[in-house]
Design a protein around this ligand. Structure first.
Ligand code: BES
Ligand code: MN
Ligand code: MN
Length: 461
């Protein structure tokens, strides 16, 4: 596929400008103030797929945000690739920590991205990575290089748990029938060492509320005599890890699939510099579960983290008060074969049990999902590996990621097909953080690599 390189080179300015237009749309799914922008973004994705050459594109209504579905069927006897991505983005806040406005994309050079990177919310997660597939399709159709059938399913609720997508998939199994699902919504090791994501962690997300007295109290008149919900909550949270940073919830590790020492040795071969890792985050030391390396802690081991905690007086100055309530949002990243609903139940029971009688505790489950591991002895993996090898000139390494895309396990259950995670982002691209960006090199390399996957997957099928 010689001319994909020259096609990308010839059209790269337009490819970048089109992505910039898409990134200007603030499609934040978590905040209903952006509902109109969600709908506008779905329309923009529909138009982009039509222009790229899909035969039919529809905006599919759901109980929540719409799903954009498009397809190009060239021959029913040929394999079908289902591309999944998401057009929704994380909220931009804290907005004051951005060096440039989150929805006014600009290109800046960085140490890691000497060719420049596009800075905007959603640049990497996932508009930039999703749009690589649209441009790869444009190339294949325009140049009569599309070797198989393709279906696109781009959703608008990934960042809030894909509830409507689950609803849609359950109702459209025939429409979505495919031979492989292809997703670019993960990362790779570095621009000189590509990797293919072979695992995602599961997730259980809960909110807890601790209630003490029935109203806020003067901390002098009542202090010391009644339970302070914030003191109690922080103590309860602290007790969820022991001195080895092991999670203390009974039964939490029962189903964890441990890796063999061979598998761990294989994992340890991936290039990684602990010094560079610490430097990039400005930390003296890493921290985590005893007996595991940093790369193991953030991929093959489960975790429990407080994502937010609030209560009492946080305004300017001092107010002497014992708050009636304290709250926290807690996420647990899970690994095979932990079941997210079971873990949620274990958490709830344990958290209610460790609360002293002087407070009431409420645990509210949010969303969750199962983890996922992809085998590497499949034609899907082999085709992806060959594609990276050809476009990067380096063989990709399989690597399990710590992030979650809960819908992937549901795809396997409902559609009976495997997923290939061809991500082109880097951990340093600051997804979900201020100053999110996506390397121009990564964006263009992605567009270049995707048609190679189509070619090899079709050949091998
Ligand atoms: N694209 C990410 C997940 C990801 C990023 C996986 C990098 C692997 C490497 C996705 O958009 C995401 O943020 N998922 C959420 C879970 C979801 C249920 C809100 C996550 O992992 O926190
Ligand atoms: Mn994503
Ligand atoms: Mn995300």
């Amino acid at each position: 596929m010689k001319n994909i390189k020259s096609y990308v080179n010839q059209h790269k300015d337009r490819f970048i400008n089109e992505l910039i237009e898409l990134l200007k749309m603030p499609s934040v799914s978590a905040d209903s103030a952006f509902n109109k922008d969600i709908l506008n973004t779905a329309d923009a994705v529909k138009i982009a797929l039509e222009k790229a050459g899909c035969d039919t594109v529809e905006i599919c209504k759901t109980p929540g945000n719409p799903i954009v579905y498009g397809e190009k069927i060239i021959d029913k006897k040929l394999p079908t690739i289902l591309v999944y991505g998401h057009y929704d983005v994380q909220p931009a806040d804290p907005i004051e920590l951005w060096d440039s406005p989150p929805f006014e994309p600009i290109i800046k050079k960085t140490k890691i991205h000497p060719d420049g990177a596009i800075f905007a919310r959603g640049a990497c997660d996932d508009k930039g990575q999703m749009y690589m597939h649209v441009k790869a399709l444009e190339y294949m159709i325009t140049n009569k290089q599309l070797p198989c059938n393709v279906k696109f399913m781009i959703e608008g609720e990934e960042e809030i748990g894909s509830v409507s997508l689950a609803w849609f998939v359950e109702r459209n199994q025939e429409k979505l029938a495919n031979d492989i699902i292809l997703i670019s919504d993960t990362g790779m090791i570095s621009n000189s060492q590509p990797s293919i994501t072979t695992g995602l962690r599961g997730l259980s997300y809960v909110e807890v509320e601790v209630t003490g007295p029935n109203r806020d109290l003067h901390s002098g008149l009542y202090g010391g005599a009644v339970a302070n919900p914030i003191n109690i909550l922080t103590k309860m949270i602290a007790s969820l890890h022991d001195e080895n940073n092991h999670i203390t919830i009974p039964g939490f590790y029962d189903k964890v699939a441990d890796l063999s020492s061979e598998e761990r040795a294989e994992m340890a071969k991936a290039p990684f510099s602990l010094d560079a890792y610490k430097k990039a985050l400005d930390i003296e030391e890493v921290y985590g579960e005893k007996g595991y390396t940093t790369n193991e802690r953030n991929s093959i081991r489960p975790t429990l983290d407080v994502n937010g905690i609030w209560g009492g007086y946080t305004g300017e100055g001092a107010k002497t008060v014992i708050a009636s309530k304290a709250h926290a949002k807690i996420s647990m990243r899970l690994v095979p074969n932990q079941d997210w609903q079971e873990i949620t139940e274990l958490f709830k029971n344990h958290f209610e049990k460790i609360a002293p009688k002087s407070v009431k505790v409420k645990v509210t489950p949010h969303h969750g999902g199962q983890g996922y591991v992809t085998p590497i002895d499949t034609i899907g993996y082999k085709a992806a590996s060959k594609a990276y090898q050809e476009s990067f000139g380096v063989a990709p390494i399989p690597q399990r990621s710590g992030g979650s895309i809960p819908i992937v396990a549901l795809f396997e259950k409902e559609l009976k097909s495997k997923t290939i995670l061809m991500g082109f982002g880097l951990d340093s691209d600051a997804i979900h953080s201020p100053n999110e960006h996506f390397g121009v090199f990564n964006y263009l390399k992605g567009i270049e690599t995707i048609p190679l996957f189509y070619k090899y997957f079709t050949e091998m099928s």
